[in-house]
Design a protein around this ligand. Structure first.
Ligand SMILES: O=C(O)c1cc(C(=O)O)oc(=O)c1
Length: 310
């Protein structure tokens, strides 16, 4: 059944709603596992979508996110500000506050943000800001504005999450490598997985991580990156074969700087909507040992988002 979008909005044509009734994963997540990349959308009637957004999603509320967390066996979430909310962080903050300490957040802020607003985001559980360079999702923000934000949030001990596409890495290299905090790259910098894993495009990303030990990567979104599948649907517990070598290379080369997240509710997928239970079964293919799984799902996200508990 199609999910609602409440408030005075209508979904982007062809919008795929998140998957209802996901399977139980066959893979048992380690105790304390963190879903380190997920979003909330609205609900639009309560938290309106931003005027400058590039898409209008279905609603995906905090209650639905927390139910998914419990169903899959995660203990905590990192809720990343979705671009459909622009720099209005209220939905994400509301979810963090309602989580009873089980969610931390990554915000989007503009240059005009005040120190008081940053402090209030910190108190709600925000520990990072997201800089987005994907042109279909956001309007351009000048790099000097981003650098100014970076130096302000660095003082709070926050980090920076960056989202970009592989072909843009050469142009962004100097900016990324001059950032003053830990930098977490969304979805492995979106490699073209039809190219060789040891070819120049992905090697450039590996080099970025090798030469800069403050740069981390989320080994997430196989459902977005995969070209040949198979899809995490209809009981398929060994999905997205073509993405495995890329994610596994990062997990094995940089085991203390990788994170994993569901990316629920999976904005902008055009082709299919994965069953999140089957998506979790991707994890043991990219982190094949209990030790790598512990680092990916517990130790690393805890160090970044709940350091006071480490
Ligand atoms: O590839 C995307 O469309 C996408 C969009 C968003 C967002 O709109 O925030 O976040 C993601 O992690 C991925």
């Amino acid at each position: 059944m199609s999910k609602p979008v409440s408030g005075d909005f209508s979904k982007t044509a062809g919008w795929l709603d998140w998957f209802d009734g996901p399977a139980k994963p066959a893979f048992t997540l380690p105790a304390g596992a963190v879903d380190a990349h997920c979003h909330v959308f609205g609900p639009g009637a309560e938290f309106p979508y931003a005027p400058e957004r590039k898409y209008t999603p279905c609603d995906a509320s905090k209650a639905e996110l927390f139910a998914l967390r419990d169903h899959l066996g995660f203990e905590r979430n990192v809720i990343v500000q979705a671009t459909c909310h622009g720099a209005d962080n209220r939905a994400m903050v509301d979810a963090c506050r309602a989580s009873k300490g089980k969610a931390r957040g990554v915000a989007t802020v503009r240059r005009a943000v005040t120190d008081e607003e940053l402090q209030s985001l910190h108190e709600a559980g925000v520990r990072g800001v997201r800089f987005n360079f994907v042109k279909r999702l956001v309007d351009f923000t000048p790099k000097d504005e981003l650098m100014e934000i970076a130096s302000r949030i660095a003082k709070l001990g926050w980090h920076i999450v960056v989202y970009f596409e592989a072909q843009d890495l050469p142009e962004l290299w100097d900016f990324f490598t001059n950032l003053p905090t830990t930098v977490v790259v969304d979805h492995m910098g979106r490699p073209d997985v039809s190219l060789p894993v040891d070819g120049p495009q992905f090697e450039l990303f590996v080099k970025l991580m090798r030469e800069h030990d403050n740069i981390w990567s989320k080994v997430s979104c196989p459902e977005r990156l995969s070209v040949t599948g198979p899809k995490a649907l209809d009981g398929e517990r060994h999905a997205y074969h073509d993405v495995i070598p890329f994610a596994r290379k990062l997990v094995e080369t940089f085991p203390d700087r990788v994170l994993w997240g569901t990316d629920w509710p999976h904005p902008n997928l055009k082709d299919h909507m994965p069953d999140d239970g089957l998506l979790v079964d991707f994890i043991p293919h990219i982190a094949p040992t209990p030790q790598l799984q512990q680092q990916l799902l517990v130790t690393n996200p805890m160090r970044l988002y709940w350091p006071e508990e480490c």
